[in-house]
Design a protein around this ligand. Structure first.
Ligand code: ATP
Length: 303
């Protein structure tokens, strides 16, 4: 990267609490489990960490509870050189938590959005100056839609490009889609956004354009990426061949890498090639954030 782009990520931060047991307990039953692991996550925090490792000057806007998990989330972001000046601590709710129980080759997951659900429109509005001073704004849908909407409006008025990773997907208003520079659904999210489960992607892309989207970057797991703009043929970018260990966080790495390149003034094509490589590298290690590569690692991989 020639210069350090300013990337502002607005989104969620969670702690995943993972318990492994031989079997699931029945209601009312207490059993002894085998192991306990804790992982830091949330699409917002993950994308902020990934962009920082790729050399961007990253500011994270989000909220945590006034508890030990909130402290861990903030400490980790700080360790990853993410600016946490605008992370709000809300005393009345818990931090975002995912309670994950793994047994019998299956899992049971309960997510408490906690502080993530309490990020308000007013708080985002109060940070308008930070948003308009960014080279790019990156959002997902794990915080209230009103907060996402106001952030997009502020960025749009300030001519700051916006990447919206629509996860978890819900159908979105056309007015919002029109103001997003790049929308980055995976294939499942694309079907939800268009309310169409068909596998003919060219139809789904046309539907996205009809809904107001300008540029759609569809990630497609091991198949790579399909990129579409109005009035242009769809472009296919095959995934790079790597030994897949854990695909958790591949989408987050992709979005962060794509954002960093666009913020640096690279073309969409260059950004997709780079992000495809960063995302492929991210799946060669266990854990979402553990596998996120540095700028040097991606450059070496692409040589
Ligand atoms: P997640 O929710 O697990 O973070 P996602 O569903 O949002 O992921 P995917 O479409 O599965 O995102 O993957 C994002 C990108 O990661 C792909 O477009 C591709 O670049 C890369 N990728 C994913 N799986 C593979 C794979 N098996 N081999 C190489 N690259 C991969």
């Amino acid at each position: 990267m020639q210069r350090k782009p300013k990337v502002t990520v607005i989104g969620s931060a969670n702690v995943d609490l993972v318990i492994e047991t031989d079997r699931f307990p029945s209601p009312g039953e207490t059993i002894l489990g085998n192991t306990f692991h804790q992982f830091l996550g949330g699409k917002g925090a993950n994308q902020a960490v990934a962009a920082s490792r790729l050399g961007a000057d990253v500011t994270f806007i989000g909220s945590v509870g006034e508890d030990i998990f909130g402290q861990q989330i903030v400490d980790n972001l700080r360790k990853e050189k993410v600016n946490v000046e605008h992370v709000l601590t809300i005393p009345t709710v818990s931090s975002g938590i995912a309670n994950i129980q793994v047994a019998e080759n299956d899992n049971i997951i309960t997510v408490i959005p906690g502080a993530n659900a309490n990020l308000t429109e007013e708080y985002i509005q109060s940070l308008s100056a930070v948003i308009v001073a960014s080279d790019i704004v990156v959002l997902q849908l794990e915080i209230p839609l009103e907060a996402v909407t106001i952030a997009i409006e502020i960025a749009d008025k300030g001519n700051v490009p916006v990447i919206l990773n629509p996860a978890p997907a819900v159908p979105l208003p056309e007015d919002l889609l029109r103001k997003v520079t790049f929308i980055t659904p995976n294939e499942t999210e694309m079907a939800i956004l268009t309310s169409n489960a068909g596998q003919d992607f060219s139809v789904l892309f046309q539907q996205m354009f009809a809904l107001g989207s300008k540029s759609v970057v569809m990630t497609y797991g091991k198949h790579g990426v399909i990129y579409g703009e109005r009035q242009r043929e769809l472009q296919n970018y095959p995934a790079l061949t790597v030994q897949a260990i854990d695909t958790t966080g591949a989408g987050d790495t992709f979005n962060a890498a794509f954002a960093v390149c666009i913020a640096c003034g690279k073309s969409v094509e260059e950004a997709i090639v780079y992000a495809n490589a960063a995302a492929a590298l991210s799946i060669t290690k266990l854990g979402a954030q553990t596998g996120m590569p540095t700028e040097d690692e991606v450059n070496r991989f692409l040589k």
